[in-house]
Design a protein around this ligand. Structure first.
Ligand code: ADP
Ligand code: 5GP
Length: 193
C-alpha cells in the first residue's frame, strides 16, 4: 500500500455493546488489519499484557507523554483513567502497509475520524437496548457493580453520538453483526482513495 492509501477503521461503542468481540473476529479474519494498541493509565485487568492489550503507564508517565505531544488523541475516558493513541503506534502499523483497527471510546472515535477524513471508516456498534448492555456487562464479569453503573450511565450520552459515524451496526444477533462488519471492512479495503 502506498503512503497516500494509508487507511484506518474505527470501532466505537458504549462499553458492553460487543465492540471488542467484533474487533477480535475481524482481526482473525483479515490479515491486512492490525490492532492499534492504545496507551492507558488504568491498571491491567485479568490476563492483559503490556504491549499486546495496552501500553500500561502510570498517571504521571501518561501526563508526561501528553506534555511532549506524543498522542494523536487521548481522553480521560473514566475519572482518573487516561486512554490514548500514540503517534508511534500509527506509524508502526502504516509502515507495515496494514490498515489500522481502532477500538476506542466514542469521543476518541469522532476525533480520529475528523483527523483522517476519507482515509477513515468510522463504525458505531449499537446495543439493542440499555438493559441488554447492562446484562452483557454483568455476564462479562470483569467490572464491579459500581463500574458497571458508571459505564451504563455514560452509554445513554454516547448513544447520542451514533449519527457522527459513517455506519451504525446494531449488535443484537452476533452472527449478523459479524457479517455486516466483514462487508463494511472488505468494501473499504477495496476502495480507491
Ligand atoms: P465492549 O468491547 O463493547 O465493551 P465486549 O465485546 O466485551 O464489549 O462484549 C461484552 C459482553 O457481551 C461479552 O461478554 C460478550 O461475549 C457479550 N456479547 C457480545 N455480543 C453479544 C450479542 N450479540 N449477544 C449477547 N452477548 C454478546
Ligand atoms: P477498557 O477499560 O474497558 O479497556 O476501555 C474503556 C474504554 O476506553 C473503551 O470504550 C475503549 O474503547 C476506550 N479506549 C481504549 N483505547 C482508547 C484510546 O486510545 N483512546 C480513547 N479515546 N479511548 C480508548
Amino acid at each position: 500500500m502506498s503512503l497516500c492509501e494509508n487507511k484506518v477503521i474505527i470501532f466505537s461503542a458504549p462499553s458492553g455493546a460487543g465492540k471488542s468481540t467484533i474487533v477480535r473476529h475481524l482481526l482473525e479474519k483479515f490479515p491486512y488489519l492490525e490492532f492499534s494498541v492504545s496507551a492507558t493509565s488504568r491498571k491491567p485487568r485479568g490476563s492483559e499484557k503490556n504491549g499486546t492489550d495496552y501500553y500500561f503507564f502510570t498517571k504521571e508517565e501518561f501526563e508526561q507523554k501528553i506534555k511532549k505531544g506524543e498522542f494523536v488523541e487521548y481522553e480521560e475516558v473514566y475519572a482518573g483513567s487516561y486512554y490514548g493513541t500514540l503517534h508511534s503506534e500509527v506509524e508502526r502499523i502504516w509502515n507495515k502497509g496494514n490498515i489500522i483497527l481502532f477500538d476506542i471510546d466514542v469521543k476518541g472515535g469522532i476525533n480520529i475520524k475528523r483527523l483522517y477524513g476519507g482515509h477513515a471508516l468510522a463504525i458505531f456498534i449499537q446495543p439493542p437496548s440499555i438493559e441488554a448492555l447492562r446484562e452483557r456487562l454483568v455476564t462479562r464479569g470483569t467490572d464491579s457493580p459500581e463500574a458497571i453503573e458508571k459505564r451504563v450511565a455514560k452509554a445513554s450520552e454516547e448513544l447520542g453520538f451514533a449519527g457522527c459515524f459513517d455506519r451504525i451496526i446494531v449488535n443484537d444477533n452476533l452472527e449478523s453483526a459479524f457479517r455486516e462488519a466483514e462487508e463494511a471492512v472488505e468494501s473499504f479495503h477495496m476502495k480507491k482513495l
